[in-house]
Design a binder for this molecule. Structure first.
Ligand code: DC
Length: 222
């Protein structure tokens, strides 16, 4: 039997940093479901599909093949055979994903893929609906959040380190818009699963969050 850790939370809460470290420590596979939605968003954009037109999205959805492979421990994401691991990180891909992930046809496609992946191996899966919709029976669910100000500050420092000029107010507004869209869509909106452990990382280091999750996982694996 495989063991799953479902890690949900809003944009910029540090989910991927934490999930990667937890997976490395427990020797689990890390699955970044946001990257899958981002790849779908890039696909619709490249096809010239209007992201506000659900019928057009439904007609296009089967043309996208999203696959995941792990190379040297890192997740690579492919869209119709092309490695889009770097392309999906663009700000624009995040916004496209937030918009197009609201559609049932997109969610059904990726949810079943995610369930198949999780059935056969020990995984840490991060996203918005993992504990509530994708893996409702996961033995460990975490809801990781932080204040908007703290999430914007972290994102700003990240970009600064990469030499990218950014305006912290614009970042905060973008985060708030994504939060709103992700929490208010009809299907599988972002919310804390009833049986999820709530962690606010505003005043915690990534190491502290990782240690807490690893300890909980070890407890529940026994
Ligand atoms: O985690 P991220 O920023 O890479 O996610 C990008 C968008 O994809 C996010 O704003 C909403 C959507 N998403 C989703 O709807 N369900 C998931 N499990 C993961 C991401």
């Amino acid at each position: 039997m495989s063991f799953q850790i479902a890690l949900d939370g809003p944009a910029g809460a540090g989910k991927s940093t934490v999930a990667k470290a937890v997976a490395a420590e427990l020797q689990f596979i890390y699955i970044d479901t946001g990257a899958m939605y981002r790849a779908m968003g890039l696909y619709f954009d490249a096809q010239g599909v209007d992201v506000n037109d659900e019928a057009a999205i439904n007609a296009a959805v089967d043309g996208a093949q999203v696959t995941i492979a792990h190379m040297d421990g890192a997740q690579h994401i492919f869209l119709n055979g092309e490695d889009v691991t770097t392309a999906v990180r663009a700000e624009k891909a995040g916004m496209l994903a937030s918009k197009t992930s609201a559609y049932g046809s997109v969610r059904r496609k990726l949810t079943s893929m995610q369930q198949e992946i999780a059935a056969v191996q020990n995984i840490v899966m991060d996203g918005r609906d993992i504990g509530t919709a994708v893996l409702p029976n996961a033995p460990l669910k975490i809801y990781l959040t932080a204040t908007v100000e703290e999430r914007a500050r972290r994102r700003f420092l990240d970009l600064k380190e990469k030499g990218v000029d950014a305006d912290i107010k614009v970042i905060a507004a973008d985060i708030e818009q994504r939060d709103y869209q992700d929490m208010h869509r009809e299907i599988a909106p972002l919310c804390q699963a009833e049986d999820a452990v709530f962690l606010d990382s505003s005043d915690m280091t990534a190491e502290q969050v990782v240690a807490k999750i690893v300890a909980l996982a070890k407890e529940r694996m026994n």
